[in-house]
Design a protein around this ligand. Structure first.
Ligand SMILES: NCc1[nH]cc(CCC(=O)O)c1CC(=O)O
Length: 301
């Protein structure tokens, strides 16, 4: 179905709306004839803030309400952080376009007024790091064995407020989130993707649509290399089927004809983890993800 008015759905957090507006601007740039309307919805993930996401049902919580709005026809497309989308796609509601990836790195954020100084004793920053992500916890402990973490929930703005009130000594957040809410100055230190492998899809926005929508208008905002990277990262995680509380991490980069995927696998039973990488032709992105996952699982049982 081809339409000249598109209703765009978003979660109602500041980050979600800013991200949706980025995508809407791109759509308008290439399709000045299309009228766009934004609708925001509260999601279960935004309403339950006192429990760790892993415990209350994981990623799906941020997309369920928007899925329903798409199915009901209240919205035509939904904009999400790809990182928040379940690995199994709903056939009726496919991901139809991925714009060019933003910054995929995690960053350390210090309380307002504190400065991260290289080569200085940073024990103070690491004594109470706010992060509920098993992926971030495992990797920060690997980098800084003395680091202590505690649970933090809520959207990016809420987390920063808690940090500045002194509830944490630092936070680990996604660079892309801070940049997109207009707070890049809150980034105290970038952690490289090798030091802390990002979540699959981190820094990527995703456009989801009803299956019957004509999505021709999105063709100019799709990015091929981003799509290959997303395929590799998500097939890695899907193959490991870790459940949401597993500290699985995956990051792919495309250069020329080749894709490089680096993945972290954690075995819940043995509590061992391992990192490995694979390089292949970019068209084989999905297979690369699957093979790296099988290899890592085989190696550590
Ligand atoms: N978990 C929530 C979430 N989902 C997407 C982002 C940031 C934007 C992105 O990674 O694309 C964030 C915040 C964070 O992890 O710091």
């Amino acid at each position: 179905m081809k339409k000249n008015k598109i209703v765009v759905g978003s979660r109602d957090s500041k980050l979600a709306v800013m991200q949706t507006e980025i995508v809407m601007k791109e759509i308008m740039r290439y399709n000045p004839e299309i009228e766009l309307e934004l609708i925001t919805l509260k999601t279960t993930g935004d309403l339950i803030l006192d429990q760790s996401l892993d415990k209350i049902g994981g990623k799906g919580l941020f997309v369920k309400e928007l899925d329903q709005a798409l199915l009901d026809g209240r919205i035509d497309i939904a904009i999400h952080s790809l990182k928040d989308m379940p690995m199994e796609e709903n056939e009726e509601l496919p991901i139809v376009a991925l714009p060019k990836r933003g910054d995929a790195r995690d960053v350390l954020v210090l309380p307002q007024g504190c400065e991260f100084v290289e080569n200085e004793d940073k024990a103070l920053y690491y004594q109470n790091i706010g992060s509920s992500s098993a992926r971030r916890k495992l990797q920060i402990k690997k980098l800084i064995p003395d680091a202590c973490t505690s649970i933090v929930r809520g959207n990016v703005i809420t987390r920063l407020a808690k940090l500045d009130r002194g509830e944490y000594s630092s936070l680990i957040l996604a660079a892309a989130g801070l940049q997109r809410v207009g707070l890049p100055q809150r980034i105290s230190h970038f952690i490289s993707v090798e030091e802390m492998i990002p979540a699959a899809g981190q820094g990527i926005l995703s456009i989801q649509a009803r299956r019957d929508l004509d999505v021709e208008f999105l063709k100019y905002i799709k990015d091929d290399n981003t799509t290959y990277a997303a395929l590799a990262e998500r097939s890695f995680v899907r193959t490991l089927d870790g459940g949401c509380s597993s500290p699985i991490a995956a990051h792919a980069t495309v250069e020329g004809e080749y894709i490089k995927l680096i993945g972290l696998y954690y075995n819940e039973l043995t509590t061992e983890h391992r990192v490995a990488e694979a390089v292949d032709r970019k068209e084989r992105a999905e297979i690369v993800g699957e093979q790296l996952a099988l290899r890592l699982r085989g190696e550590i049982g």
